[in-house]
Design a binder for this molecule. Structure first.
Ligand code: PMP
Ligand code: GLN
Length: 384
């Protein structure tokens, strides 16, 4: 029998860098600061609640938009942390992970030939969704030193075919954040050119040095054209639970749900109930994350003071970028692999997040780890 032939719809796409580096770390027994996930557990009460929900029989399909109890808690959290009211019925959709919501929002809105602006270095799941919808991704580099958006450059790149801008703040992989002035610029351009916005805010609670997170939900003209997307995986240290939510105005939510119901249909019922119960009992938990992760960032960066790496402490997320220019001139992809095998420390090469080759010598390290692990990793780095 002849082998069936397939014309790939994603010919440029291979296995993602996070899976590759985590597998390499496991194979070589390396400390894994590559893929972004905590090496500590979620709050005990949350874990116990999940067990209870399962044993209490909450094991059948949830409503399409999510369990009402959880959507109400999400609305209360948005009001508490962002000062904005959202309708849990028509504006909030619980999803099986932020990745699914991003895919559904893009699929619902992008038609063949539409252009979507993304910023490089760019988180990996945006472009494939645009490609599968028949759209074209326009990559605009962030400024090299501080990873900020050059809005003049954005404005001069907006064509009549442009339909959407995707932003991500706090930003993975760089750890930079967008300021109030950035959101105002985005709002001005989005209104002027009638653009949709996907705002990936999965690290909303991980903003350091007493700075504020600025959400598209807080800007009325942006809110009416945006999908704001969140992940409980980050907020509650349960990345493996793959549960998040999407906030969008009713007409956008309705279109996004049409896709969601045929991609996943619903998110996992007992997980939704456990998160709802946890938020009910500990509504201020998310507010404790910034100082918790800031101490980890500071521990890691301070321990690296005697190293040869150049760094600017992250403004947000649980990632720290290190510049190894003073140590090696190897490609970051080669070096990340080499250090995993030889020095037993895994990281993520930054160049894989950019469409155009860059001359950078940077690696991304995840500091959502126990302090001993961070100190051990810093020890290895200081010897390089
Ligand atoms: N966006 C960004 C920027 C992320 O870092 C992640 C997490 N890995 C996601 C989206 C996806 O989150 P989830 O695991 O909830 O799909
Ligand atoms: N978002 C996580 C990171 O940046 C990984 C998610 C994944 O493995 N797809 O490392």
């Amino acid at each position: 029998m002849p082998e069936i032939t397939l014309q790939s719809k994603l010919p440029q796409v291979g296995t993602n860098i996070f899976s590759i580096m985590s597998a390499l770390a496991t194979r070589h027994g390396a400390i894994n600061l590559s893929q972004g996930f905590p090496d500590f557990d979620a709050p005990r009460a949350l874990l116990e609640s999940l067990g209870k929900q399962v044993m209490d029989g909450h094991n059948q399909y949830a409503p399409l938009a999510g369990m009402p109890a959880l959507r109400e808690k999400i609305a209360a959290q948005i009001l508490r942390y962002r000062g904005v009211s959202c309708n849990p019925e028509s504006e909030i959709t619980v999803v099986p992970g932020a990745t699914e919501a991003i895919y559904c929002a893009i699929t619902a809105c992008i038609n063949p030939g539409d252009e979507v602006i993304v910023f490089d270095p760019c988180y990996d799941c945006y472009e494939p969704a645009v490609t599968l919808a028949g759209g074209n991704t326009l990559h605009i580099p962030l400024t090299p030193e501080c990873f900020s958006i050059d809005w003049n450059r954005v404005e001069s790149n907006i064509s009549p075919r442009c339909r959407m801008i995707i932003i991500n703040s706090p930003h993975n992989p760089s750890g930079s954040t967008l300021a109030h002035a950035d959101l105002l610029e985005l709002q001005r351009l989005a209104e002027q050119h009638n653009l949709l916005v996907v705002s990936d805010e999965v690290y909303e609670h991980l903003v350091f040095d007493n700075a504020q997170h600025h959400s598209v939900l807080q800007y009325p003209a942006l809110r009416e054209r945006s999908f704001a997307i969140y992940s409980f995986g980050k907020t509650f240290s349960v990345t493996g639970w793959k549960t998040g939510y999407c906030v969008a105005p009713p007409h956008l939510t309705a279109e996004m749900r049409k896709v969601h119901q045929y991609v996943a249909f619903v998110a996992v019922t007992p997980i939704q109930l456990a998160i709802a119960e946890f938020i009910e009992n500990e509504p201020s938990y998310a507010g404790t994350l910034a100082s918790f992760y800031q101490s980890k960032r500071d521990l890691f960066c301070t321990a690296l003071k005697r190293s040869r790496f150049k760094l600017t402490p992250s403004a947000g997320t649980y990632f720290q970028v290190l510049d190894y220019g003073a140590i090696s001139s190897e490609l970051d992809t080669t070096l990340a692999e080499h250090w995993t095998c030889e020095h037993k420390l895994a990281s993520i090469p930054m160049s894989v997040f950019s469409a155009e080759p860059t001359a950078q010598t940077q690696l991304r390290f995840c500091f959502a780890k126990n302090d001993e692990v961070l100190l051990k990793a810093a020890d290895i780095l200081c010897k390089l």
